[in-house]
Design a protein around this ligand. Sequence first.
Ligand code: CO8
Length: 261
Amino acid sequence: PYLDGLEDILTSLDDSFVLSIQINRPKARNALRTNLLKELADTLDKATHDDMVRAVVLTGGAKVFAAGADITEMADKTPVDVMNDPRSGYWMAIRNFPKPMIGAVNGFCLGGGNELAMHCDVLLAGTNAQFGQPEINLGIIPGAGGTQRLTQMIGKSKAMRMVLSGQFMSAHEAEKAGLVAEVCEPELTIDKAMALAKTIATKPPVAARLAKESVLKASDAMLAQGIAFERRSFATLFATQDKAEGVSAFMEKRKPTFKGQ
Ligand code: CO8
């Protein structure tokens, strides 16, 4: 492995300067518990300063990318807990990673999982991929930039449909909407991402870094305000009874009843 002692992700660096990172919590559908985000942030921090890494492939493997934040872990959090959460620091490390990162998405890519995918610079998806922001079913909203990045990537109408209804989007629709660059057979997704990362790794690293930074500048200034607003709204919702009901219903495997409280 690239970093030792990791529990929730698998890492390896090959001799073509490509670091691959695989989210590895299959029993919890790769849910992004805090430790997982920390391991991801630590790995990317190391890779930032390592000349042997010129590009990264991020995947969840053949079956699932990530089913969102770990709902069990967040069940008892208050708005103040959310505002003080170390998770936002880990997200910042992911957001600020300066080298090209290719996402290979198979299966469910939901909630925080979709937000993580949207932090990748290029997304490739297997035909079995399903994208969604189902937070509304839990009485909350996306909290790691989802409302902003999704809107930017697929436009207001499709973003609203996803965020307000919690409905999933298929891989083909995601490609049509501009969320992913290419759809392929699920068994090819990771190979194709590796091939693209290897091509990018042959390019001059400083130019690649500045190209990434420049493309992101097309939208970053607009994003900052929206992300801050979204984060505050997300925290506020942790004070609602509907959030408690949404989370309890998920854990008890029943349908929630929402009251607007
Ligand atoms: N967190 C924790 N555990 C999860 C999660 C999750 N996000 N998703 C799935 N799991 C667990 C299930 O509880 C189940 O555990 P167990 O085997 O112990 O019962 C196991 O993974 C398998 O899940 P399913 O049996 O449901 O598997 P299916 O293949 O039938 O369905 C789905 C897969 C569609 C992914 C389904 O599990 C699902 O809908 N998951 C939740 C998706 C979701 O709502 N994601 C958004 C989460 S919210 C978020 O990311 C933003 C911030 C969240 C803060 C939370 C505050 C309360």
